[in-house]
Write a protein that binds this ligand. Structure first.
Ligand SMILES: Nc1nc2c(c(=O)[nH]1)N[C@H]1C(S)=C(S)[C@@H](COP(=O)(O)OP(=O)(O)OC[C@H]3O[C@@H](n4cnc5c(N)ncnc54)[C@H](O)[C@@H]3O)O[C@H]1N2
Ligand code: MOO
Length: 339
């Protein structure tokens, strides 16, 4: 910080707010802390009685907070996002589309480990709508060393830290397993739940089949459904330890590359996800998906719908927060489940 003559202040950064009082008209900050003094400001400052100013020394190698915020926002990404104007050293990013919001957590962690700057985002993996806030960036001091920004850019790497991907999968085949349902002993109350959950992402159930228990039966149904022009295959029921539970074995036998059978999520421990060679996902949905308000199916569906390939580590990461607290009135996704 240094004291300089107002006439010499063009291009310098003010260290504090400057109040202007025009009797009977206005009283308030005429210039904000952080403002970069322009030629036109000089007569105004002089009229406010400011013949000298306290300014930050804009030495080479220092960056103003507004320019720094833009450098940080650039690390976040632009595609399918809107940027607010830079105000008081902050930029807010919002979604321009409906889709799934993704965060590269490890690289975001690395950037935020650097002092004097920050990027805060909403949790990744969930659905966002146009206008939803995604992230905000700013630096902590009014001016920051260029070197710090370079460190952040290095930690972030070349790919954007954040992305929003539109929902692109449109159709699903549902295979409802269980002799009690296939034989009509009880009504099928699982399929309507699955249809409703898919519909929230614009996915239609274009194929549906009921099959009796038994690995051969389920396998035959899966093979039949795989040949149809559907974007994903879903099997309901038969996912646990009962001798008649043969869905996981049938999915494996159908040639899927299994990402996970089992996940650190309750409800949803018995969930299975695999992919066929052509990239289409196949899932085994345990009984809890039918009766619980929110389950692992809700946690993975945004990414499945956006054709973002899930890996084993994505499931491992669910463990902390993967326990649904079973609140009397469910507020999912506005709760800690899966976060
Ligand atoms: N000893 C253990 N028991 C259970 C375990 C376990 O680890 N050890 N896991 C539990 C968990 S967690 C879940 S979730 C369920 C998984 O159930 P399944 O996916 O195997 O479901 P089913 O056994 O096929 O059915 C359970 C229940 O739901 C009824 N059902 C199934 N499909 C339909 C349908 N389409 N419409 C209406 N009702 C349906 C079925 O009749 C059964 O009553 O396992 C726990 N048990
Ligand atoms: O763990 Mo089951 O698959 O939760 O309800």
């Amino acid at each position: 910080m240094k004291r300089i003559r107002t006439e010499d202040a063009v291009g310098h950064v003010l260290c504090h707010d400057m109040t202007q009082i025009i009797p009977g008209v206005s009283k308030g900050p005429r210039f904000r802390k952080g403002h970069v003094v322009t030629e036109e400001d000089i007569p105004v400052l002089l009229s406010m009685g400011k013949e000298n100013l306290f300014v930050w020394e804009m030495e080479p190698g220092m960056v103003h907070e507004n320019d720094a915020a833009e450098r940080l926002a650039a690390l976040c990404g632009r595609e399918n996002m809107t940027w607010s104007e830079t105000k008081e050293g902050k930029i807010e990013l919002k979604s321009a589309i409906e889709g799934v919001f993704l965060v590269d957590s490890a690289r975001l962690f690395a950037v935020n480990s650097i002092d004097e700057l920050m990027i805060a985002t909403r949790r990744g993996g969930g659905t966002v709508h146009p206008g939803d806030k995604l992230a905000g960036t700013r630096v902590i001091p009014l001016i920051i060393r260029e070197e710090k920004l370079r460190q952040a850019e290095q930690a972030a790497g070349s790919a954007p830290l954040l992305s929003v991907r539109p929902f692109v999968r449109r159709t699903a085949a549902v295979i409802t397993t269980g002799s009690e349902v296939a034989k009509g002993r009880i009504p099928d109350s699982f399929t309507p739940v699955v249809e409703r959950k898919l519909a929230a992402f614009g996915i239609r159930m274009t194929e549906h089949i009921l099959v009796e228990d038994g690995q051969e039966n389920v396998l035959t149904a899966i093979e039949q459904m795989k040949r149809r022009p559907v974007d994903m295959v879903l099997c309901t029921g038969g996912m646990s330890v009962d001798p008649d539970d043969s869905t996981p074995g049938a999915i494996k036998a159908s040639g899927a590359d299994i990402v996970t059978y089992g996940a650190p999520v309750l409800p949803g421990a018995m969930f299975l996800l695999g992919y066929y060679g052509d990239g289409r996902p196949v899932m085994g949905l345990p009984g809890c998906v039918m009766y619980a308000k929110a389950t692992i199916f809700d946690l993975v569906l945004p990414r499945i719908a956006a054709d973002v390939r899930l890996e084993k580590r994505d499931f491992v990461a669910f463990g902390e927060g993967g326990l649904c607290l079973g609140c009397e009135s469910c507020t999912y996704p506005h709760c800690g489940f899966g976060r």
